[in-house]
Ligand binder design. Structure first.
Ligand SMILES: Cc1cc2nc3c(=O)[nH]c(=O)nc-3n(C[C@H](O)[C@H](O)[C@H](O)COP(=O)(O)OP(=O)(O)OC[C@H]3O[C@@H](n4cnc5c(N)ncnc54)[C@H](O)[C@@H]3O)c2cc1C
Length: 181
């Protein structure tokens, strides 16, 4: 096997291994002049409670990165199970859903500077405070100024092994699981 082919195989195996980690799907939105720029990202984590910080990761070539270099405010919307169409759309992919939903782009403004996806399972209004260069991606650490759970009885859109899942198998516990340290 050539070195090139071995490297390709390793990359595939790495993606497959990372794909075993179940995530939700977010849409990042940022104002670019009069226009809202949107991008799908499954890289999302909560980082700190004091202050409230979250992180995402952007490919170096993502247009969203350039947008955030001009102004640091953006929103993160966690998609609900019914929003696969928008994940594909803002991920620059052809629609994978059997019946695409041809509705207008579903944003609403919050606090003048932010646009949030309608009926998102949850949303966060953020300001990027730190960038960490990490190979072909940039980690963006952002301070959260407001957040909300915006959808009644949310079921998140789930991403696993490169595919979407719409329903969690187990019943939800009635109380939140709080991890205390
Ligand atoms: C499930 C999933 C998870 C992903 N996770 C990540 C990740 O964590 N990190 C990462 O870097 N990449 C991730 N990607 C890939 C990333 O979403 C794409 O590479 C995306 O195209 C990068 O966006 P961009 O900022 O470069 O802008 P573009 O590619 O220019 O824009 C994204 C798409 O959204 C459309 N669009 C943007 N704004 C609007 C608007 N206002 N109205 C209508 N259409 C609009 C554009 O036409 C384009 O089709 C993920 C993709 C998917 C599907």
């Amino acid at each position: 096997m050539s070195e090139e082919e071995a490297a390709r195989q390793q990359l595939r195996a790495f993606r497959q291994a990372c794909g075993q980690f179940v995530t939700g799907v977010t849409v990042l939105t940022a104002q670019e002049g009069d226009h809202v720029h949107a991008m799908t990202a499954n890289a999302f984590m909560s980082v700190s409670l004091e202050p409230l910080l979250v992180a995402t990761a952007l490919n170096r070539s993502a247009k969203m990165r350039q947008v955030l270099q001009h102004q640091p405010n953006f929103a993160i919307s966690i998609l609900n199970h019914d929003q696969q169409y928008w994940s594909d759309k803002f991920g620059g992919r052809p629609a994978t859903q059997a019946e695409p939903v041809p509705v207008p782009v579903p944003f609403h403004g919050v606090d003048g500077r932010y646009a949030v996806v309608d009926e998102a399972a949850a949303w966060f209004l953020c300001t990027a405070v730190q960038e960490v260069e990490a190979g072909d991606h940039i980690l963006i650490i952002a301070r959260v100024s407001r957040f909300g759970v915006g959808y009644d009885g949310p079921q998140p859109l789930v991403f696993f092994g490169g595919r979407y899942y719409h329903h969690l198998d187990e019943e939800r516990e009635t109380e939140w699981l709080v991890l205390e340290r």
